[in-house]
Design a protein around this ligand. Structure first.
Ligand code: SAM
Ligand code: SF4
Length: 332
């Protein structure tokens, strides 16, 4: 029987998100609108050998899913090497995925598949060129669509597409995205805007609630729930009532928090363990690793960090404090 990492509330931790870099070639206004702060020294970032070492330990502790993220993880030139090293952890590691803005996929989807990546999640906030440019800061919609096609050709499937829905920007495109899912067979996931933008411009009025997204889709394409059980999944999933291909997922951390079933922890590019997207404290695994700690000491460090996992985020409560690090640093 697998021994899982458990937090102090009895939640099993099975899902690790590894941020490969806090750099990004996009300027999504809900994430990194004013660009990156000055680069930290390269030596402060985990090397691929360190990522391999800690991932192996995490997997020995029951982590079943690893998602590579960032920043834009495909900016790391050694991403294929990292992928190959982590793929070697299968079959104990059951799922190796990547979240990307899709920009580099046209040329590199095939090499990632070949290195052992199972699947990709690609961000796509609009199907309209001008809105895409306004939301991401770059005029590259066509290229991202090519990236999605390349991922499909490389069988990095099932492909998930993430769209952050923000009032006044793209809420009118929700049903068009559902049509896109039906045409291409992807799982289209709609994410509520969270207060994790570096510009600190988030406001409650900008959040389009999951319920509203669902209503807008249902008006054009009736949906049926895939399961009433969410498990530790972040999304509630739906299929099309008429049996069309594709899937819809609603991720509503602001209006329908799912913290009670959370199975995730995160590792930042500079080697800090974060036990929640909204954590205000971090656990310096990198320093532990570089201090010459034994495997047993590293395991104790990880277990102790996991025991401090927060019960929930406090977005809707008066004591909520916006984390000092934004989504591009934390690893979404
Ligand atoms: N650069 C890659 C990308 O955009 O897919 C990976 C990192 S990005 C931080 C991961 C996911 O977080 C993306 O799907 C992005 O849309 C989402 N995200 C970023 N900032 C967000 C925010 N403030 N609220 C909700 N989702 C956000
Ligand atoms: Fe970059 Fe992804 Fe953040 Fe957009 S959401 S700025 S692509 S890290």
């Amino acid at each position: 029987m697998t021994a899982y990492l458990k937090d102090s509330f009895g939640r099993q931790i099975r899902d690790l998100r590894v941020s490969l870099t806090d750099r990004c070639n996009f300027r999504c206004f809900y994430c990194l609108p004013h660009g990156e702060p000055p680069a930290a020294p390269k030596s402060s970032m985990l090397s691929y050998e360190e990522i391999e070492c800690v991932s192996e330990i995490f997997v020995s502790l029951g982590i079943e899913k690893i998602r590579l993220t960032g920043g834009e993880p495909m900016l790391r030139r050694d991403i294929e090497i990292i992928t190959r090293k982590l793929a070697a952890l299968k079959p104990r590691l059951k799922d190796l995925a990547l979240t990307t803005n899709g920009y580099f996929l046209p040329e590199r989807a095939e090499s990632l598949k070949e290195a052992g990546l199972d699947r990709v999640t690609i961000s796509l906030d609009s199907l309209k060129r001008d809105v895409f440019k306004r939301m991401t800061g770059v005029d590259v919609l066509e290229r991202v669509l090519e990236g999605i096609a390349a991922a499909k050709r490389a069988r990095l499937t099932p492909i998930k597409i993430n769209a952050v829905i923000v009032r006044g920007h793209n809420e009118d495109e929700v049903a068009d995205f559902a049509a896109f899912a039906r045409e291409t067979g992807v799982a289209m996931r709609f994410i509520e805007f969270m207060p994790l933008d570096s510009g600190h411009d988030w406001s409650r009025e900008m959040v389009v609630a999951g319920r509203e997204i669902l209503r807008r889709i249902n008006e054009r394409f009736p949906l049926v729930p895939i399961s009433t059980e969410r498990g530790s999944d972040t999304s509630t999933r739906y299929s099309f009532a008429d049996g069309a291909q594709g899937e819809i997922g609603i991720i509503a951390p602001v209006t329908e928090a799912f913290c009670g079933a959370c199975s995730r922890i995160r590792l930042t590019a500079d080697g800090q363990i974060r036990t929640c997207l909204f954590s205000t404290v971090e656990h310096p695994l990198r320093d532990c690793l570089r201090s010459g700690a034994t495997r047993k000491e590293i395991i104790e460090f990880i277990e102790s960090a996991v025991m401090k996992k927060e019960p929930r985020h406090y977005i809707n409560e008066p004591q909520f404090v916006t984390p000092s690090r934004t989504m591009s640093f934390i690893g979404g």
